[in-house]
Design a protein around this ligand. Structure first.
Ligand code: HQG
Length: 187
């Protein structure tokens, strides 16, 4: 892993899960003060300055972070386990969204539906490829097709983060269908 990548992994940990690891706090909307953050990260023995931070934010492959307008504050766009309110607007989802998971979780998902587990929301993607990648992080990837349009009409709330991830609180089993991977293998 390159230096920027490992700093980015640490930045995710601090901004989403454990601000205390860099000896900082984030506010109720997830914002951290940039000067405090830089000082905190340097205090852990890692080396970072404003230019490096800006480069990480600019080049991140999933656009995981945002600055506020004057770049005095930074936050993660999604993925938190600490309770933050990101002030997303509710959005009407497309008719179908996808969720990538691992085969070993299927039995439990069949019973309980999709739950946010250690995060605040269930994460959904608009394309199969992204979902397959996300699922593959946990084991043998399985893609689930979510009937988000039906959920929306039944009154469920959806949000979309700045980087395009769809989020909802949970997904009942009746809206989940196993996506047949064979049908997209040759795309
Ligand atoms: C599974 C990454 C058993 C769920 C990605 C998933 C994403 C259940 C795992 C973002 C379950 C949680 C989130 C149930 C759900 N029983 N297992 N009832 N309900 N699960 O990592 O969606 O790189 O918290 O299917 O790109 O994998 O971090 O969520 O497999 O956008 O920016 O429990 O994280 O983005 O795993 O990934 P996670 P996720 P970053």
């Amino acid at each position: 892993m390159g230096k920027l990548d490992s700093l980015s992994v640490f930045l995710s940990l601090v901004l989403r899960h454990k601000p205390e690891e860099a000896n900082i706090t984030v506010d109720e909307h997830g914002w951290a003060n940039v000067d405090e953050l830089l000082e905190g990260i340097n205090g852990t023995g890692r080396e970072i300055d404003r230019n490096v931070l800006e480069e990480i934010v600019r080049t991140d492959n999933k656009q995981r972070y945002s600055f506020n307008a004057d770049k005095t504050m930074i936050r993660a766009n999604q993925g938190h386990s600490i309770p933050v309110e990101l002030e997303w607007e509710e959005q009407k989802p497309p008719e179908v969204l996808y969720h990538g998971t691992a085969e070993k979780f299927l039995e439990s998902i069949d019973r309980e539906g999709l739950k946010p587990m250690s995060r605040l929301y269930v994460h959904l993607s608009k394309d199969v490829e992204t979902a397959a990648k996300v699922g593959g992080r946990h084991g043998k990837a399985v893609v689930l097709r979510i009937h988000s349009g039906d959920m929306y009409r039944a009154g469920e709330t959806f949000y979309q983060s700045e980087n395009g991830v769809w989020l909802t609180r949970r997904v009942d089993v009746k809206y989940i269908e196993r996506f047949n991977a064979a049908s997209c293998e040759h795309k």
